[in-house]
Write a protein that binds this ligand. Structure first.
Ligand SMILES: *Cc1c(COP(=O)(O)O)cnc(C)c1O
Length: 379
């Protein structure tokens, strides 16, 4: 066999293993439109699973800002921010983010994933300890592993267990959590975790990917990262915190130093979106109303964010409910292990400003119908 043939055989064998364990993933073409609509493999659907919570990705003002910046400044930044990629829109965006978070400074990264991968190893290393919520996002786990620090997990949102994990921890302790958990939509006990950090000399770092623009929690974390690709509607990541830490990241975060700066259009879109988020709080209120209405219609507890998990359990069943929804024109992809713990395959339902109340009512009706049929089939 040639090297090329052996490579193909290797990939095919790995894919067969993934297929057998139900972990093979595949892509479906999806063209998103305004109002929570999309064309999924060509078929019109209403999406209840994207992270564009404030529907800003299709706001004409945001689209216009992106288009104008592309026409004025070019399609790409030409290099790392330390070389040619530091267009002035970067510092304008950083000033907006620091102002919004009430911090001394901010650093914009290529994405939220890159922000976590670069920031965590710039803060702690070998001999130090990371104490993180067991449900923290894959990129926090990735950054933690890259750092070389010892990683200890605490039970989800269990501050007493976090305190237990900190006992006997070596070196500097970095406490990591999300503000709004991506798959469950519940909130972290930030003030308790902040107090724990303060009492023990640990640093608290939070991932606000699903909170920015949506929730209004006080956040005592010294280090606050997040993304511009969810409620902000565009792309990119950021870290907010003390000014010298921002300067340290400029020199030491490898995912900042060795990667290309964001295109001017992306930066301009984020600034326009943040302006709208600050000027139009009713957008957040509308998305939250939709989540609350859905929970009421489904007989679920009131939601803490605009993410509502419908835990189904078996993967095959979650896939079946998702497929039945698609039949009726609703897009809610099933989320399966290893993204979520084994046995908790679910529909992760998200609500947006662009939906209308009638959409929510019709969707809840369809979901109830499908779930009742599923229950009848099992019993
Ligand atoms: C989506 C997400 C990220 C990654 O952000 P990107 O900008 O999409 O790379 C990080 N953390 C959490 C909790 C997320 O949900």
């Amino acid at each position: 066999m040639t090297s090329f043939e052996r490579l193909k055989a290797y990939a095919e064998q790995k894919l067969a293993q993934l297929e057998a364990s139900g972990q093979r993933r595949s892509l479906t073409e999806t063209a998103r439109e305004a109002g929570g609509r999309a064309a999924r493999a060509g078929r019109p659907v209403i999406s209840f699973c994207d992270n564009d919570y404030l529907s800003l990705s299709h706001d004409p003002r945001v689209m216009q800002a992106a288009a104008e910046a592309a026409l004025a400044y070019g399609a790409g930044s030409g290099g790392s921010r330390l070389i040619t990629g530091n267009h002035p829109l970067n510092s304008a965006l950083e000033a907006r983010l620091a102002d919004l978070k009430g911090t001394e400074g901010a650093r914009v990264f290529g994405s939220g994933f890159l922000a976590n991968l670069g920031t965590i190893p710039a803060l702690v290393g070998k001999g130090d300890t990371i104490v993180m919520d067991e449900l923290a996002h894959a990129c926090m786990h990735g950054g933690a592993r890259l750092s070389g620090a010892e990683v200890r997990l605490f039970r989800h949102n269990d501050v007493a267990d976090a305190a237990r994990q900190m006992r006997g921890a070596g070196g500097q302790v970095l406490l990591l959590t999300e503000t709004v958990f991506s798959m469950d939509g519940d909130l972290a006990p930030l003030s308790e975790l902040g107090a724990l950090a303060e009492a023990t000399g640990a640093w608290l770092m939070t991932d606000d990917a699903h909170g920015l623009g949506i929730t209004k929690q006080d956040n005592p974390a010294q280090i606050q990262m997040g993304t511009l690709s969810k409620a902000v509607g565009g792309y990119g990541g950021y870290v907010c915190g003390p000014a010298p830490l921002m300067d340290l990241l400029t020199s030491r975060a490898r995912s900042f130093v060795y990667t290309t700066g964001l295109p001017p259009s992306v930066l301009a879109a984020a600034i326009a979106a943040l302006d709208i988020i600050q000027a139009e709080p009713e957008r957040r209120a509308k998305a939250s109303r939709h989540a609350a209405l859905f929970c009421e219609l489904m007989g679920l507890p009131a939601p803490e964010s605009v993410i509502v998990p419908i835990i189904i359990g078996p993967e095959a069943e979650a896939m079946r409910v998702s497929a039945a929804l698609l039949e009726r024109g609703y897009l809610v992809t099933a989320i399966r292990p290893p993204t979520v713990p084994a046995g908790t395959a679910r529909l992760r339902v998200t609500f947006a400003t662009g939906h209308e109340e009638a959409d929510i009512r019709a969707f809840a009706g369809a979901l109830k119908d499908i779930m009742e049929q599923a229950c009848a089939a099992i019993s």
